[in-house]
Design a protein. Structure first.
Length: 133
């Protein structure tokens, strides 16, 4: 069995720092989107006296949805970068992407990913191991 290639701990930690920020921003952006959808469809969604207010929430929704989509794409790219740096298996990549889809899950997923990264860096060989000795 060939020896496992060492990870670059500095690159992995840098990548995780970017992913952490993206997770928080994505989590907030998704919560804002959910709040907008609630206002649009549940609070002011009916016909009648709230038609002009409903039109406002429709416009806000049409503006925020593509912004959120862009934020999610950045989150996916940064998650992919972390996944590559840590050389995780495909299911971990899919899980990272899923964390950004369910409201509030990105906050918990970021913590879970941090724990997994730390345990992997402690267990697997890194380029920086020689510098520590």
């Amino acid at each position: 069995m060939p020896a496992e290639r060492p990870l670059d701990e500095v690159a992995a930690r840098t990548s995780f720092a970017r992913f952490r920020v993206a997770s928080i921003v994505e989590g907030i952006a998704l919560l804002v989107l959910v709040a907008i959808m609630i206002m649009r469809y549940l609070v002011f969604g009916g016909d009648g006296a709230f038609t002009s207010t409903s039109d406002t929430w429709t416009q806000i929704s049409k503006t925020w949805s593509p912004i959120h989509g862009l934020i999610y794409m950045v989150y996916v790219v940064l998650g992919f970068d972390l996944w590559l740096k840590m050389r995780w298996r495909l299911p971990r990549m899919l899980l990272l992407m899923f964390f950004g889809v369910v409201p509030v899950l990105s906050f918990f997923g970021e913590r879970w990913t941090h724990q997994k990264m730390e345990s992997d860096l402690a267990r697997r060989p890194t380029l920086q191991d020689e510098e520590r000795v």
